[in-house]
Ligand binder design. Structure first.
Ligand code: BDR
Ligand code: CA
Length: 312
C-alpha cells in the first residue's frame, strides 16, 4: 500500500474523501490525518477529522492539528457551503479518541525527515499552510516526499471563491506559492476536472442504498452540500472535489492531464490566489506540476460506492 499523509479541512467533500481513503486499506497506508483551518475554523476541522476516524473505525490513524490561520493573508472560511461547523447534513458529536500530541507541522517535519527517500505521498485537501510551513522550517523534508497530490486551483473555467481563484489556493496563496516552487513532483486536481465530476440523485441514492453507516453519512452530506454549488455555479450536479483526489490515487487510469508550469498570483488584487497555468506552453517556465483536466465520472462514483461498502 502507498504510504501517505492526508492534510485536510473537513469540510463536506473532505469527509467523503477521508471515508474513501480509509476504506482502501489494501491500497492506501494512511499514516496520519493533519488538519488545517480552511472551510471552517481549526477546532471544527480537527473535530470533524476525528469524527470521520470514528465512523471509519480506524483508531490506528492519528489526527494532528496544524495551523489555525493562513501564513499572511486574513483568514477566510466557507461555512456558507459546508455549514457552520463544516459538516452540513449530519449530526456532529465529540469523538472519544483525542487529537495526537504535537502540531501537524512538527509531525510532518519529524516524519518526512526520517522517512525512506522519496517514499511518502502527501495529499492536501485544504489550504496548504501546514505543508508550506514545514517546507519553510525544514526544507530537508523534501527527501522523504515522493509526490504531492493536491485538490486546488482552477484554470479553464475560472474560480469558485472569486472569478479567478479556487478556494484552497485563495485561502492561503502564499502557502501554495511555496508548494509550487518546492521542486517536488505535484499532481493537481483543480476545478477544471472537479466541476465536471458531478453527483446526480441516482449516484447519491446508490451510496444510501449500500445500507451501512458510511453510505448513509456520505449520502446525507451530499444531499445537504450539493445544493449550494448547484445553485451558485449553475452545475447539473454537485462537485465532490476532494473525494476525486483520493479517486485519483486509487485509480489514476480514470484521469487525464498534462505537465505544465503553474504559478500562484500572490499579489492582492483582482486575481489574488489565481493559479496561472501555462497549459499551452507559451512561456519557457519549467513544468512543475501535472494538471488534471479529465476524469471518468461514472468510474469514480462506481469506485466510491464499492469502497464505502467496505466500511461500517
Ligand atoms: C475546495 O474548497 C473547499 O471548500 C473544499 O473542501 C475543497 O477542498 C474546493 O474548491
Ligand atoms: Ca477541503
Amino acid at each position: 500500500p502507498v504510504p501517505l499523509i492526508i492534510d485536510t479541512d473537513p469540510g463536506a467533500d473532505d469527509v467523503i474523501a477521508l471515508l474513501l481513503a480509509l476504506s482502501a486499506r489494501d491500497k492506501l497506508d494512511v499514516r496520519a490525518l493533519t488538519t488545517v483551518a480552511g472551510n471552517v475554523q481549526l477546532n471544527y476541522t480537527s473535530r470533524n477529522a476525528r469524527m470521520v476516524r470514528e465512523w471509519a473505525n480506524r483508531p490506528d490513524v492519528p489526527v494532528y492539528a496544524g495551523c489555525a490561520r493562513p501564513m499572511l493573508r486574513a483568514p477566510i472560511y466557507a461555512a456558507e457551503v459546508h455549514g457552520a461547523e463544516g459538516v452540513t447534513g449530519v449530526k456532529v458529536f465529540e469523538p472519544k479518541q483525542p487529537l495526537a500530541k504535537g502540531n501537524a507541522v512538527q509531525y510532518l517535519i519529524d516524519t518526512l525527515t526520517a522517512a525512506k527517500p522519496q517514499s511518502m505521498t502527501i495529499v492536501t485537501l485544504g489550504p496548504q499552510t501546514n505543508l508550506a510551513m514545514a517546507l519553510i522550517e525544514n526544507p530537508g523534508i523534501k527527501q522523504g516526499i515522493k509526490e504531492i497530490v493536491m485538490m486546488g486551483g482552477a484554470h479553464f473555467n475560472g474560480g469558485n471563491i472569486t472569478p479567478a481563484a479556487e478556494f484552497n489556493v485563495f485561502a492561503d496563496p502564499h502557502a501554495s506559492d511555496v508548494v509550487f516552487k518546492s521542486g517536488l513532483p505535484i499532481t493537481v486536481i483543480p476545478l477544471d476536472v472537479t466541476h465536471k465530476m458531478l453527483t446526480s440523485p441516482e449516484r447519491i441514492d446508490r451510496l444510501r442504498k449500500i445500507g451501512n453507516q458510511a453510505g448513509k453519512i456520505a449520502a446525507d452530506i451530499l444531499d445537504a452540500y450539493v445544493e449550494h454549488d448547484i445553485k451558485q455555479y449553475g452545475l447539473p450536479g454537485g462537485p465532490v472535489h476532494d473525494a476525486t483526489t483520493i479517486g485519483y490515487l486509487l485509480r489514476p487510469d480514470l484521469f487525464k492531464g498534462r505537465m505544465a508550469n503553474v504559478e500562484v498570483d500572490t499579489r492582492e488584487g483582482l486575481t489574488f490566489g489565481a493559479t496561472v497555468v501555462d497549459y499551452y506552453r507559451s512561456t519557457k517556465r519549467p513544468e512543475n506540476a501535472r494538471w488534471i483536466t479529465e476524469g471518468d465520472t461514472q468510474g469514480f462514483f462506481d469506485l466510491l460506492t464499492a469502497q464505502l461498502a467496505k466500511l461500517p
